[in-house]
Design a protein around this ligand. Structure first.
Ligand code: CUA
Length: 127
């Protein structure tokens, strides 16, 4: 089941990449490992330069969670603890702040599970 969902998520992501007015994935890649646990993401803030292909490798320390970047068509299900990881890929074309949140009901604090991807102009990330 998880496998099928993962495949589905990959297929959807691929389809969206094919259609959308998305930046070409010619920039550098950055991989960030994020752990989801009731009721927070760790880390909850990720900073990348614009145009970077951000790969968020997600795992859970307890139950199944979700990871959605609001308004960006990124939404994956994070398998429960011990069931491996899932990677969400996001290539921001514009600088700004992008909110991510848990997209699967996981308990009383579900609504508090959120974080921010801060996309900065290239060259300013050291500031
Ligand atoms: Cu974690 Cu909802």
């Amino acid at each position: 089941m998880v496998m099928i969902l993962a495949l589905l998520a990959t297929a959807v992501a691929t389809a969206m990449r094919a259609q959308g007015p998305v930046a070409q994935p010619t920039g550098p890649e950055q991989t960030v490992e994020v752990t989801a646990e009731r009721f927070a993401f760790q880390p909850s803030e990720i900073t990348v330069p614009v145009g970077t292909t951000l790969k968020v490798v997600l795992k859970s320390d307890d139950t199944t969670h979700g990871f959605r970047i609001k308004g960006e068509g990124v939404n994956v299900q994070i398998p429960k603890r011990g069931r491996g990881t899932i990677t969400a890929t996001f290539t921001p074309a514009k600088a700004g702040k992008y909110t991510f949140e848990c997209s699967r009901i996981c308990g009383a604090g579900h609504g508090f599970m959120r974080g921010t991807i801060v996309v900065v102009e290239r060259g300013s990330e050291a500031k």
